[in-house]
Design a protein around this ligand. Structure first.
Ligand SMILES: [Zn+2]
Length: 310
């Protein structure tokens, strides 16, 4: 399959151009990104992007339609096809298609397909959860190519925009060790960097320090930004940091983490084991852990030692 090109041009200036959007949906070559009950349609290792002209049944399903932008010169819309009883029988999706959960299987797709699928998923989930105005309770309706929902009650008229919830992900290090934890509901044996949502009226630096202290009882310093990743399950933006531990003693809160441990760099370089493995490098956490294992993330040792040091 030809490379579709990595960059999606979101073409935000076209969101308000209703004539353009209506014409484009009918035009040759316009692509759809279907999402069915939070699952994505793939064939082999690529996202299936049916041509809108050949996909009347998907369009007729009556789900939300959202302008995504231009992908390698082709117009692209996300479409909610939840109403179809079985999307895999649709001829426009072709034979050999299957449905996957990107939370589990994002590593299977190339990065450009994952980005497109995440974008479509994030917007369609937001629509599904914001059908009514949070201020007055009246129905809302989509506008601006699906990038805004407007309250239909005239005297209210509140505009609702897609949400993104910032979440800090902190890889805490102490020399040759990093701090990894696990939540009870994760796959058995999986450990990851500590994470939590930024709370209202809190800086991301405060959120990082608070989350690590709450979950593991460790104070941190030398917080350094390391990268970000959209994580639309349903609407997170992961903000990745590396930080230095000010002490080694772990005190678990018992609520969020069922276990946390200091993991030596050498163990991270070993093959995964059933009782210990880390997220894949399609996740920001996996990327931070891999970079630490390679020695690409260094904060040095803390300057003071404490009695609980091993
Ligand atoms: Zn309202």
């Amino acid at each position: 399959m030809a490379d579709r090109g990595r960059e999606l041009d979101r073409a935000a200036h076209l969101r308000k151009d209703l004539d353009f959007l209506e014409r484009t949906l009918e035009a040759e070559g316009t692509l759809l990104v279907p999402v069915w009950r939070e699952l994505h349609v793939v064939r082999g290792e690529r996202l299936v992007l049916p041509n809108a002209r050949a996909a009347a049944r998907l369009l007729d399903a009556g789900g939300e339609l959202v302008w995504l932008g231009m992908l390698a010169g082709k117009a692209c819309f996300a479409i909610d096809i939840d109403a179809l009883p079985d999307p895999l029988v649709e001829p426009s999706l072709g034979p050999g298609a299957e449905l996957i959960d990107l939370r589990l299987s994002a590593a299977r797709l190339p990065a450009e397909d994952t980005e497109l699928a995440f974008y479509a998923r994030a917007l369609l989930l937001w629509h599904a959860r914001h059908r009514f105005c949070g201020r007055c309770g009246a129905p809302t309706r989509p506008r601006d190519g699906g990038h805004l929902r407007l309250c239909t009650r005239g005297e209210c008229g509140l505009e609702h925009f897609p949400r993104t919830d910032p979440c800090v992900l902190v890889l805490v290090t102490d020399g040759e060790h990093c701090l990894l934890g696990r939540q009870r509901e994760w796959p058995a044996g999986m450990y990851s960097a500590l994470a939590g949502f930024v709370e209202p009226s809190e800086t991301i630096e405060q959120a990082a320090a608070r989350e690590v202290l709450e979950e593991a009882g460790v104070r941190i310093s030398a917080l350094r930004y390391a990268g970000s990743q959209p994580w639309p399950f349903p609407a997170s933006l992961m903000l990745g940091f590396i930080a230095r531990a000010e002490s080694r003693k772990l005190t678990l809160d018992g609520a969020e983490l069922e276990d946390a441990r200091w993991v030596p760099r050498g163990q991270l370089l070993c093959a995964p084991r059933p009782d210990f493995f880390v997220p894949g490098t399609h996740t920001l956490s996996g990327q931070l852990i891999a970079a630490f294992a390679r020695g690409d993330l260094e904060l040095g040792n803390r300057t003071t030692t404490t009695p609980e040091n091993p």
